[in-house]
Ligand binder design. Sequence first.
Ligand code: FAD
Length: 448
Amino acid sequence: MKTAVVLFNRDLRLRDNPALAAAAKAERTAPLFVFDEALLGSRFAAPNRVAFMLESLHDLDEGLRKAGGRLFVRRGDPVREAVALARECGAGAIHVSADWSAYARRRERRLAAACREERVELVVHPGVTIVPPGAVTPTGGDHFRVFTPYHRAWSEVPLRQGHGAPRKLRIPSRLRAGRLPALGQLIAGSTSPERARGGEVEGRKRMRAFLRDGVGAYPDRHDDLAGDATSRLSAHLRFGCVSPLELMLAARERHGEAFVRQLCWRDFHHQVLAATPSLPHRDYRPRRDRWSRSKRAFEAWQEGRTGYPLVDAAMRQLDREGFMHNRARMTVASFLSKDLYVDWRQGAWHFWDLLSDGEIANNAGNWQWVAGTGNDTRPNRVLNPIRQAERFDPDGTYVRRYLPELEPLRGKEILRPWLAEGFAKLDYPQPIVDHDEAAAEFRARRGV
Ligand code: FAD
């Protein structure tokens, strides 16, 4: 084929990118990114993620240039712009990666229709997950509802071939290139001061460091809140700066099965979302909850002023870094949806506003899992925030990192500040609820 377009979405990498690898086989390749006007104006375009994405796009452009290509940039409707570019350069095919949110699938359907009309071939590739949704299904079902059998089936599925980065690219001549805009042209709000930096180069640096120093100790250390010993690759996976397949194979080689299992969780939630597009909005397993509408409770949670140090530290971490440790995410999500009995969707939206790795399948899937409306086989368990702190931050190092107002407390006092002698002098609230009472009330509401 003479010319092919590759339309990037959230697969912003050169290495092991099946869509790019296929487009690079054409005589000329037009790599395209379209700033989707419909998303930019919406709450989906959280500043931390847009900033991360922009850095990733700069990095991608640089990488493409090194191979003799470049990134063509447009703003508007991705379908219209991709087809227009194909027309302009006489491309015979558009290559894209499959994605799984309701929005992404609608976009793909529209693109398919527009390509048919334009007589351009549309080729949809895997690459966003390790195992594509639907590739393994249980007998008599379209997706797995429980993780363990999914993990078993997933572990045995034949994997696709990996790809290197294209060595040499030739772009079509006389095409308007377009420019990557400044961040201020894309967002109005501010970003978190300590957020992660985007890009394949940065992602690969982290990946190498984790595979060298982190994956071996992961089974013992992944829940250590202060140790911060997880890969911190979630935003790079979210924007495709790192290939999940490549990461998984490299971890497997180093006997990193516990880590590989976490990557499987990522695929698990994607196959749930693919089968249940309403996952971000509707209870997967309705429990007839009549959620509290307490604004005071929700705001205290948001601001990290619940009086439970682990919950509050975690919420401040989210604000400061656009990231939160998984153990902390589970604790704050349980606290909001079970102790405060506030609708999990409110919590998911707040995460969505701040997380650099904020991603529909994993955010909605995990929130529903913790709230007990999703795939957890023990939907009514309530995490005790003090017990979680005792186990995963016993000396309060994580809490002190994010709650300077608790600095005067000594030793175990930090687990229950309200019992400490100098509590009245601290700028720190009393617990907003009594955990044991709130947990009992929650169970009564669920009728268990
Ligand atoms: P590591 O422990 O190093 O794990 C490696 C990778 O495995 C992660 O980067 C991630 O891609 C995947 N992974 C790990 N745990 C999970 C999990 N429970 N579910 C799905 N994938 C997982 N993750 C997101 O990527 N985006 C989200 O929007 C998101 N929202 C969450 C909301 C809640 C309420 C909870 C409890 C979890 C959420 N997670 C989300 C999952 C998990 O917390 C993060 O992926 C993880 O903390 C990222 O840190 P890491 O990269 O250091 O993880």
